[in-house]
Ligand binder design. Structure first.
Ligand code: SAM
Ligand code: SF4
Length: 332
C-alpha cells in the first residue's frame, strides 16, 4: 500500500487542509467584510480552474487532503459546482466543501450534489430580515432561509457560521442557536477578527456567548465528537438535533492546532490569516514550461508556505497585524 505523506510545519503541526478562494466578487456586501465599492481584479489575474486543479494536485502530493472552496462568494463564479467535481477526481483529495452566503445555493444545489458535495457552510448573522438587509447591504433573508431548508432536506451536512458584532446583532444568538433545535445543523459563532473592516467592529467574545447560552440552557454540555476540520469547540443542548460551536479566534488562541494554509483568488498562498506574508503561486504556475514542472514548482511553493507558518497570530496586538486587506479578498 502507498504510504500517505504527512505535511508538518516547523512547529510540528500537521497541515492537511487548504482554503481556496476562487473569486474576489460577491453578490452581497457584508459590512465587516466588503466595502460597497472595491476595485475588482481583472479576470486574467484570477487563477483558472485548471491552475487551481494543479495547485490541489501539488497539495495532495504533500499530504493536504481537505479543501474548502471560498470567495468572495464562490457560487457567483461560473462552473463552481463542476470545479468541486473535478477536485474530487484529484487522486488523494478526500474532502471538498464549500462556504457560501447561501443566496445562490438553491439555484446550484442539484449541480453541487451531482458533483459530489457532501457538506456546506452557510454564513448567516441574523434571522431578522431588516437587520439582514442592513448587515449585507441588500440581501433577502427569505431566499437564504429557503435555501438552507432545501440544503438540509437534500441530505447535505449544513453548518451555519455567524459573526456577532456588539450593538449590531449581538442579541441574535438565541434565534441563531435555535436553528440547531429541529435540524441536524451545527451553528457556529465565530469571533469577529480585526481584519479589514472587521477592525471597526467590537467582537462578542465566545466565552460571553457561552455564558449567555448557559443561562438560557443550564443543561448545555461539552460535545467532544469530531465535527469537521475547523478549530471550533462544540456544545450540545439536550433535545437539540445539532450542536453549537465556538470559534474564538481572538480571545482563545487555537494556533497550536492550526492545520491550514489559504490561497487567494489571485493565487497568493498565505501561511497565516493575520500576516501579509504570501507566496505568488500564479507566478510559479505561469512561468513553468510543462505540466510536470508546474506541479513540481507548486509543491515547492506550498512546502515553503508551510515552512513560513508563524507560531501564532497576533490579533490581540493590532499594531502587529500586517494583513491589511478586506476579508473578501482572503476568503475567511
Ligand atoms: N461568501 C462566502 C460566505 O459568506 O460564506 C465565503 C467568503 S466569506 C469571506 C467567509 C467567512 O468569513 C464568512 O463566514 C464571513 O462571515 C467571515 N468573515 C468575514 N470577515 C470576517 C471577520 N473580520 N472576522 C471573522 N469572520 C469574518
Ligand atoms: Fe460576501 Fe461572504 Fe464577505 Fe458577505 S462574508 S461580503 S457574503 S464574501
Amino acid at each position: 500500500m502507498e504510504k500517505m505523506q504527512v505535511l508538518t510545519d516547523s512547529f510540528g503541526r500537521k497541515i492537511d487542509y487548504m482554503r481556496i478562494s476562487i473569486t474576489d466578487r460577491c453578490n452581497l456586501r457584508c459590512i465587516y467584510c466588503m466595502p460597497e465599492e472595491i476595485p475588482l481584479l481583472p479576470p486574467e489575474e484570477i487563477l483558472t480552474y485548471d491552475e487551481i486543479i494543479s495547485v490541489c494536485q501539488a497539495a495532495v502530493c504533500l499530504g493536504i487532503r481537505k479543501f474548502k472552496i471560498t470567495g468572495g462568494e464562490p457560487l457567483v463564479r461560473t462552473g463552481c459546482p463542476e470545479l468541486i467535481g473535478r477536485l474530487y477526481t484529484v487522486s488523494g483529495a478526500e474532502q471538498v466543501t464549500l462556504t457560501t452566503n447561501g443566496v445562490l445555493l438553491g439555484k446550484y444545489l442539484d449541480a453541487l450534489l451531482e458533483n459530489g458535495l457532501k457538506a456546506v457552510n452557510i454564513s448567516l448573522d441574523t434571522l431578522n430580515a431588516d437587520l439582514y438587509r442592513q448587515m449585507t447591504r441588500f440581501g433577502e433573508l427569505s431566499t437564504v432561509f429557503e435555501n438552507i431548508e432545501r440544503a438540509v432536506k437534500s441530505g447535505l451536512r449544513v453548518k451555519i457560521n455567524s459573526v456577532l458584532q456588539k450593538g449590531v446583532n449581538d442579541k441574535e444568538w438565541e434565534a441563531l442557536a435555535g436553528l440547531a433545535k429541529d435540524n441536524r445543523i451545527d451553528v457556529r459563532f465565530i469571533e469577529m477578527m480585526p481584519v479589514g473592516h472587521g477592525r471597526k467592529y467590537a467582537a462578542v467574545k465566545g466565552e460571553e456567548l457561552l455564558n449567555s447560552l448557559r443561562d438560557r440552557y443550564s443543561c448545555i454540555e461539552k460535545d467532544s465528537s469530531k465535527h469537521g476540520n475547523g478549530p471550533a469547540d462544540y456544545y450540545r443542548i439536550p433535545g437539540f438535533a445539532g450542536s453549537i460551536g465556538f470559534i474564538s479566534a481572538v480571545h482563545e488562541k487555537f494556533c497550536d492546532s492550526c492545520n491550514r494554509i489559504r490561497m487567494t483568488a489571485k493565487g497568493e498562498i498565505k501561511p497565516c490569516l493575520c500576516y501579509s506574508d504570501s507566496i505568488d503561486m500564479k507566478e510559479v504556475l505561469r512561468s513553468a514550461g510543462s505540466e510536470d514542472i508546474r506541479i513540481e514548482r507548486a509543491v515547492e511553493a506550498i512546502r515553503e508556505a508551510v515552512d513560513r507558518k508563524p507560531r501564532m497570530h497576533c490579533f490581540e496586538r493590532r499594531e502587529n497585524i500586517s494583513e491589511k486587506r478586506q476579508m473578501v479578498l482572503i476568503g475567511g
